[in-house]
Structures are given as structure tokens and as C-alpha cells.
Design a binder for this molecule. Sequence first.
Ligand code: SIN
Ligand code: CO
Length: 387
Amino acid sequence: MYQLRINDLTTDQFLSNYWQKKPLLIKGGFQNFVDPIEPEELAGLAMEETIESRLITNHNDDWQAYHGPFEDFSRLTDTNSTLLVQAVDHWHPDAAQLIEPFRFIPNWRIDDLMISYSTPGGGVGPHLDQYDVFIIQGQGKRHWRVGMPDPSLKQFAQNKSLLQVEQFEALIDAVLEPGDILYIPPGCPHEGYAVENALNYSVGFRAPDQKDLISNFADYLIDHELGNKRYSDPNLFKPDSVGLISEDEIDTVQKLMKDLLEDRSTFKHWFGTMISQPKHDMDLAPLDEPLHCEELVEYLASAETVVRAGGVRSVYQITPEQILLSINGETYRLPLTSLAGVKLLTDENSFTVSQIKNALNCVEFMKTFTKLISEGTYYLQEGDEFE
Ligand code: SIN
Ligand code: CO
């Protein structure tokens, strides 16, 4: 397990002083850092069709971007090149462990673990990201510069898949060594170039914008055949101007839409379903034969630990009547009495079979857990501790 130390700050101090406010260099954030993956393994992942990867080169200031899967790595030259692989936490359990120290941030805000390997001089150039990120330095060294958000900075496309930003003033200018971490809030310009062959791990976050939310909510309404109430005007009287849409009419239309958004129970069910949807493919190993509920207890007796598969997104919400447990885009309605079990599935990355035993007294919870085990979302592992 990786132990995070945020300089001499508590997590509360970090959250109130830095999170979404200003970048921070965390020197020795992970002491005696050991890389969970080798560059060769990363390259292996970049050869897979289902895994999103990119290669960026910047020889003599000529920026080029190539998209995986890659059949060979001839473009990953001794200098000025970077290989980036998205959502490695879905595929590599040891690498997925790097997300765990950051789980003082709610599950639903966490996106994925991106890993890059860069050769001296290599990087993706100066750019802005829309999301918070912790960039962990693995093996090698990389020179990073990070600035504060500046709306006057112009962005431009180096080529059609590489958006960069013009030169910026740096607040942090440092060479990162293994175990050092950079926290970068959204919109802060940054650039990092390898000094030696370097592995970097980016724990990224997600934050939906209004148009994503509205369009996804609209899709949900269509899928669930909701939102069919139509505009009506039984008290209509002859207007002075038939060309005018009146303020009252606009109020009525806005109310029609707001009523839908203010239906808290629909809203929560939609939000949990939407936000728990993974953006990348999963690497789940379903059981050969789905389990029946009656077989669950016996099946669980075969091991001591239950592990949540890498990249699984699990969150819950509490309503006056029930718990909405959302896992990978599916929402289960469970009784309020199953809270302890739901917390194991969402707050913990792994737990012991004996910890979940009590929760299985609730039939609805047991059915849900049986399904999750059958589809490989959670799996059994020998030993009582996940290493
Ligand atoms: C990288 O690791 O090269 C990219 C990280 C970033 O700047 O977002
Ligand atoms: Co970035």
C-alpha cells in the first residue's frame, strides 16, 4: 500500500488551501517509491486494441501525435518522445493501488490512472487540463513547470490532436524525483519534460459540465419514458401581440423543465447511474456459471478477501425510503438497513468475507452481491489482506 504524505499538511488543510485553488509540489509524497509497473509492461498495454494510448514526439520542435494500438515502438525514440496509456487502473491491479491514497476525495470525482513513459526532452508540451490531477513521479526525473490559471493565455492546436497553450509564468518550477507528486488544479498551465527516462502516474478526476449533465439527463428521460408532461395553457387569453412570447409563458416553460430536475428521486437515480459509468473498457472476469443466491455463502467460504476489480466505479446515495447503490452505470435499490454492506462495496477497495457476512441477511443485498460477484465486478482472493 502506498502511504501519502502531503508535505506537513493534513488532508483537510490540503483541501481547504490547495484543492481546486492552487498547484502544490509534494516533495517525497510517497517515501521510497517503488514503481508498480515497468515501461515494457506499459508498452504491452499500448498494443491492446481495447486500451486507449497515444505517442507524442517533439523532435526539433515538431510536435506529432499518434494513436494506439501500437504494433511497434520505433517512434518511442531515445529522446523527445512520450507514450501515454489511459485507465491503466482497469488493467493492472498493482498500478490501480496508486489511486487508493487519494480516496479522501469522493469516489465519484475520481476518473482514472493514466501512465506515461517519456524519454529525455519528451513531454506533451505546455497545456491546460479541465480536471484536477495528481502527477506522481516514478522512476527517472522530469522537469515540471506549473502556473496559475490565466484567461488571457491563448490555446492553439500543435496538430489536430494536440492542444497546447502559449508560454506562461511558472509558480512551480522543479525537477521531480521518484515519489514526488504535483497537484494541479483545473485550468493551470503546465509542462513537463523528462530529464532521464521517466514514468509518470496521473491520478485524474472528473467533473461534468452543464451540457454533459443536461444531455445525459435527457437521454435518461427517453430511456425511462419520463418527462412526457407537455406545455399547456388552459387560462390563455387573447394577447395584444401574437408575435410575442410573454414572460409568463417563459416562466411556465422554465417551470415545466425545473419540475423534472426538482424531482429528487429521479434526479438521484439518474445521477448515480450516469456518474458511475466507466469511460473506458473494463477488464472483468465473470464467473463461468453465474452464481445463484443460495450458492453465495458456500462460494464465499472458499476465500477470505473480496476485492473490487480495478476501475469499478461504486457510489451510493440515501433517500428517505432506500439506498441507491450505483455500480458501473447500474443502480440497485436496497433497503436502508443494508447500509453497512453498501459501505463495504463503495468505501473499501477490499474487505474480508467475514465483514460482509451480516449484510447478507438482507435478501435484496444478497441478490445484488451475488450478481456483482457473478459478473466479476468484485472477486474473491486468498489471504486476509489485499497487497
Ligand atoms: C504526462 O504524463 O506526460 C502528461 C501529464 C499531464 O500533463 O497531464
Ligand atoms: Co496535463
